[in-house]
Design a protein around this ligand. Structure first.
Ligand SMILES: *[C@@H]1O[C@H](CO)[C@@H](O)[C@H](O)[C@H]1NC(C)=O
Ligand SMILES: *[C@@H]1O[C@H](CO)[C@@H](O)[C@H](O)[C@H]1NC(C)=O
Length: 370
């Protein structure tokens, strides 16, 4: 009797073990799936790196994260998931891409990828040094974000950790086969160029854009030299239609600011050309320019088609100026139904907005993402 029971238990355990092993194997043997996702950029893909640095660009407090599991304010600049999480989920890698800084990372976290992104960062090194608070119009000139160069330094540190966990050979395979995602540039235009005088006295718009794209190109080449091969680089969004820019420069009607949108289009076309050039000149590379502009603008221009009722204001507070420090538990609450809002605060889409946007982009560029 006793013997029989032990046998049946161990057979059962063996079966579970076999099942687990075969699932793990297929996962690793599935050559079409990226083993990891590695993310660089700004607040669109920062899952909480800014929690670990001295900055005013923070959001690790309510109501941020109200729709994240446990209502946790992780430092993600939204009510729930952000694009890096959604991409990783859709690609079957994992549900959440953790911040590299400020949390205890497990071996699984390291093996499947992290985000180095930092809210307030941009390709222009000056962008991560300043922040404009819409509520006060003050400009602060102290380091506020982890610059793109510093993000690459953190990536070098990460590669070391990956080697310790996976061994040199497997680590190299993960580095070269992973999907890299770079999302930044919006703050260069919206904050640095249009909201402060520092660059606009020095550069006219076309020469500033040329400078930003040169910074982007150096970043991407360095990333390539560190082992990245498959890199999706997002362009900037229609910044003139962000609720923040509507409030600052859209007049009484808070309309989209045409000249900001035109600047975004100009930056995107120069950046897209440079990325295509890198794609053809760096051997073995797969660089893709991902156009967020059209996708987001379509959602803004046809809200009903997506089930949105408000696309000009954020859900947090009045929706006219609240972002980061000014969107907190003491502001006048949040909107009743966040699923009807495209924007969570005056700068960042809601989880639902991001879900729709990423789904559309992954479909549009499906040969690359599959
Ligand atoms: C491999 O991964 C891709 C992308 O996630 C998926 O579509 C495909 O079904 C997977 N194949 C196997 C055999 O698991
Ligand atoms: C990138 O270059 C490869 C050839 O190396 C080409 O097949 C692919 O279409 C290019 N992708 C883009 C987006 O230009």
């Amino acid at each position: 009797m006793k013997g029989a029971r032990t046998t049946s238990i161990s057979i059962c355990c063996m079966f579970i073990l076999l099942l687990e092993n075969s699932q793990a194997e297929t996962k690793w043997q599935n050559k079409t799936r990226s083993p990891a996702i590695i993310v660089f950029g700004d607040s669109i893909v920062d899952p909480g790196n800014n929690n670990a640095i001295a900055t005013m660009v923070k959001c690790n407090f309510a109501p941020y994260g109200q729709d994240f599991p446990g209502g946790q304010a992780t430092g993600r600049f939204s009510n729930g998931k952000i694009p890096s999480d959604i991409m990783a989920s859709n690609l079957g890698i994992k549900q959440y891409v953790p911040a590299y800084l400020g949390t205890e990372l497990s071996a699984f976290d390291i093996l499947t990828g992290v985000s180095f992104a930092s809210g307030g960062s941009g390709y222009d090194p000056l962008t991560s040094e300043l922040v404009t608070l819409y509520a006060t119009y003050f400009i602060y000139l102290i380091q506020q974000a982890i610059s793109m160069t510093q993000q690459l330094n953190l990536f070098k540190e990460y590669k070391q950790k990956l080697k310790e966990i996976a061994g040199e050979k497997r680590a190299n395979a993960i580095i070269s086969k992973s999907l890299y995602s770079v999302i930044t540039g919006t703050d260069d235009l919206a904050n640095t160029y249009f909201s402060t005088p520092f660059r606009s006295v020095e550069y006219d718009l076309p020469s500033y854009i040329k400078f930003v794209v040169q910074c982007a190109s150096s970043f991407l080449q360095e990333l390539y030299h560190l082992g990245a091969r498959k890199v999706a680089v997002a362009g900037v969004s229609p910044i003139g239609c962000l609720p923040s820019q509507r409030s600052l420069a859209g007049g009484i009607e808070r309309e989209c600011v045409t000249r900001y949108n035109e600047a975004a289009l100009m930056l995107n076309s120069v950046l897209a050309k440079e990325i295509q050039r890198l794609n053809y000149t760096l051997p073995g590379s797969e660089f893709l320019f991902v156009d967020m502009y059209d996708t987001l603008l379509d959602m803004i221009q046809h809200p009903n088609a997506y089930g949105f009722e408000e696309v000009a204001k954020g859900c947090c507070g009045t929706g006219i100026f609240e972002v980061t420090l000014t969107c907190n538990r003491f502001t006048a609450g949040v909107c009743e139904d966040v699923s009807k809002y495209l924007f969570w605060d005056v700068y960042h889409p809601t989880e639902r907005g991001y879900e729709i946007m990423i789904q559309k982009l992954q479909t549009k560029y499906s040969p690359f993402f599959n």
